[in-house]
Design a protein around this ligand. Structure first.
Ligand SMILES: Cc1ncc(COP(=O)(O)O)c(C=O)c1O
Length: 371
């Protein structure tokens, strides 16, 4: 590993997409352990929580009201061990081997190994600045008629582009899903970061939608739970009950207890606010140290940057690594698409402090200007 100019020998992590660190997380953990020491915690977490206790699901319903603008029936909600485990359960529930999963042409990279595990084919659907292109989705449904039953997508602060679907685009996508009888799996893990985000895509077609709100990208990776909203209480039970036996089993009770504590006090809201504030600070640092503002919404802490034309993506990423900075290559997000071939994703949240962030961004700027 080469040393950076400033002398640090460790790799500066701008590849992973963690929320910026909030000093309030340590306070919240201190509060939680103090709280657990006062109540009979051993008794509280002694029993399985399968879909979550009613208190967990009520707490989830009030947090979800931030996105849905209404309080959902807690019987439609399941608290689970993070988005990724929910994805395995829903994909296994709806897709048979040989089936087709529609995704944005750039998608959350973990979808690729998950689909291999389940022997499911991925079909990327082109997207523009407003998210999935309706015409292309329609075409993909016709092309894979009978096989494409499910659409997995991130309509708000899409990873990696940060595109956010407008309200009218959400309505268009929902009506295509109805016309072709598609199940929607909406991953809204970045959704609460953006205060002015339109209501979820799922709210436009609740009868066929599974909405997932994970906490690990808006509050902290330490609290890795996700709330799932199913179309109805009975469908939620049906999809998750057999699933709990084979894959996820159930949320870790102690973590659920802490998540519910955070969501039912001021703790979660305060952490979210501090993550939003720190994101804006880091975006200002990025504008300065990359030399120009990146034209994506200010509430996103991941940037999607074009690499110079006279180098390959792989060579550019390796050169940055040799200079001590890790970034994500754009092609790792691609599903049958060239959209990622000339881009990198920079995550502004993982660097422990501003000094490391400034150094990492300066190294990227030099590389962008040198080649
Ligand atoms: C779009 C998206 N969904 C889900 C996850 C992982 O979520 P969880 O920690 O809840 O499993 C990530 C992590 O990078 C992500 O980018």
């Amino acid at each position: 590993m080469k040393e950076h100019k400033e002398g640090a020998a460790e790799l500066i992590e701008l590849g992973r997409n963690f929320p910026p660190p909030s000093p309030l997380v340590q306070d919240a953990l201190r509060d939680s352990f103090f709280y657990l020491s006062r109540v009979n915690a051993a008794d509280r977490v002694r029993f399985p929580r399968f879909s979550g206790s009613i208190k967990d699901r009520e707490a989830g319903a009030s947090w979800l009201a931030r996105r849905f603008d209404l309080k959902l029936d807690p019987d439609r909600i399941v608290i689970a061990n993070g988005t990724q485990s929910v994805l395995v359960m829903l994909m296994a529930h709806y897709l048979e081997p040989g089936g087709v999963l529609l995704t944005e042409a750039l998608t959350y990279p973990a979808i690729k190994p998950l689909s291999q595990l389940l022997h499911v084919t991925l079909q990327g659907v082109p997207l523009d600045a407003d998210g999935i292109e309706p015409g292309s989705l329609e075409q993909a449904c016709l092309q894979h008629k009978g096989k494409a039953r499910v659409l997995y997508c991130m309509p708000t602060l899409h990873n990696p582009t940060s595109a956010t679907m407008s309200k009218s685009r959400r309505q268009e996508i929902a009506s295509i899903a109805r016309r072709h009888n598609l199940v929607i799996i909406e991953d809204d893990i970045y959704g609460v970061l953006r205060e002015d985000a339109p209501p979820p895509l799922s709210a436009n077609a609740p009868e066929r939608s599974w909405y997932i709100l994970g906490l690990s990208k808006s509050l902290s990776c330490q609290l890795r739970v996700a709330y799932v909203v199913g179309p109805s209480p009975s469908m939620t039970q049906k999809a998750f009950w057999p699933g709990v036996k084979t894959t996820n089993w159930m949320v870790a009770p102690l973590i659920a207890e802490i998540a519910t504590r955070w969501l039912t006090t001021h703790l979660a809201s305060d952490i979210l606010e501090s993550v939003r504030v720190e994101t804006k600070v880091r975006r200002t640092i990025a504008n300065k140290f990359l030399g120009k503002p990146v034209p994506i919404h200010e509430s996103s802490y991941h940037l999607w940057i074009e690499v110079p034309r006279d180098t390959t993506l792989a060579a550019f990423v390796v050169a940055l690594r040799q200079r001590g900075v890790a970034v994500s290559p754009g092609d790792s997000f691609a599903v049958g698409s060239v959209l990622g071939d000339t881009r990198i994703r920079i995550g502004l949240g993982a660097a422990a402090d501003h000094s490391l962030l400034r150094t990492g961004l300066s190294i990227i700027r030099q590389a962008l200007e040198r080649t």
